[in-house]
Design a protein. Structure first.
Length: 322
């Protein structure tokens, strides 16, 4: 046996039993779920909704660790490089798990190879919103004006976000030219829309449904496949002249690559159970999340599909973060 082969055998014989022991005893202490965004935002809120039932079913505390920055990539890298023992997990979003690889390039992790998909958790579509004083009553009104006045309308966006790319996809499908106004966060963009400083925005449902229901914003269309139960009178973009259009920000639980299969299966079962719990469903729907679970295999295929979809949008639209 060569020296290299002996070393490989030694490492394998040491690592595999250790992982097997970890899976057998798991969990025997606190589990961290890394959220790649700041506390108080939608992703953090969803993580905390799920943490309680998972703590109860797993018999160990599930705590949230916020590691924001770089469009979610700081938190993603932290988990990708952590030990695959089931004690460090990632509540990832469409950004770091499907968009950023094409948009930023040269990431310190591979979203396909460096994670073990566990389960999809939720989706939240976007709403095309305008100020209630706007002359646009429908999405078709907006498109007609934009085509007659190229570049005159502007929209708020967080560069590199899922909402940014959802807007780019819409812009390309509708064949319109509208001007970008970049913001550091969704909240400042919404505030400027409320003040009439920008013309429109693609905003996630957790951030604007309450404002729409209060009459402070007007919804022209949603990006969901079907109409939202919270906004039953608002048509989808597919109904508004863009057949086949669908876009949502999504959230899912992953661990580092090489997470033992037994741990993946246990976590998937517990997440699925939590997402069927009536209290959890009520909490999620009250905050405009759509609960959605999956098998690990389905989630892996979904990540690949979303990566291809949004990678194509980035390339065709020329979307940039700077």
């Amino acid at each position: 046996m060569t020296r290299r082969a002996m070393l490989a055998y030694s490492l394998t014989s040491t690592l595999l039993p250790a992982l097997a022991r970890a899976a057998g005893a798991w969990p025997d202490h606190q589990i961290e779920v890394v959220v790649p965004l700041t506390a108080g935002g939608p992703t953090d809120l969803l993580a905390r909704i799920l943490a309680k039932p998972l703590s109860q079913s797993l018999g160990q505390s599930v705590v949230i660790l916020n590691r924001p920055g770089a469009g979610g990539d700081i938190g993603a890298e932290y988990v990708a490089k952590s030990h695959p023992d089931g004690y460090t997990l990632f509540l990832g979003t469409s950004g770091p798990l499907s968009i950023n690889a094409t948009l930023y390039g040269n990431l310190p992790f591979d979203p396909i190879k460096d994670f073990a998909p566990i389960s999809l958790a939720a989706t939240a579509p976007f709403v095309v919103v305008v100020n209630p004083k706007s002359s646009f009553k429908t999405f078709q009104d907006l498109v007609a004006y934009a085509k007659a006045h190229p570049g005159k309308l502007n929209y708020g966006l967080v560069p590199g976000s899922a909402a940014h790319l959802a807007t780019e996809l819409c812009r390309m499908k509708a064949g319109i030219d509208i001007t970008q106004v970049p913001y550091k966060g969704a909240a400042p963009a919404t505030n400027d829309l409320l003040a009439g400083q920008i013309d429109l925005s693609f905003a996630s449902t957790p951030g604007v449904v309450g404002l729409i229901q209060a009459g402070k914003l007007r919804a022209l269309a949603t990006t969901s496949k079907t109409r939202l139960p919270q906004l039953p009178d608002v048509p989808t973009l597919a109904e508004s002249g863009l057949p086949g259009y669908e876009a949502s920000v999504w959230y899912g639980l992953v661990g580092p690559a090489h997470l033992p299969e037994a741990i993946v299966k246990r976590l998937n079962a517990e997440v699925t159970k939590a997402l069927r719990d009536r209290t959890v469903i009520q909490q999620m729907e009250a905050n405009y999340f759509n609960p959605e679970s999956s098998t690990p295999e389905q989630f892996a295929a979904f990540i690949k599909s979303e990566s291809a979809k949004w990678g194509d949008v980035v390339r065709r639209s020329g979307a940039k973060v700077g």
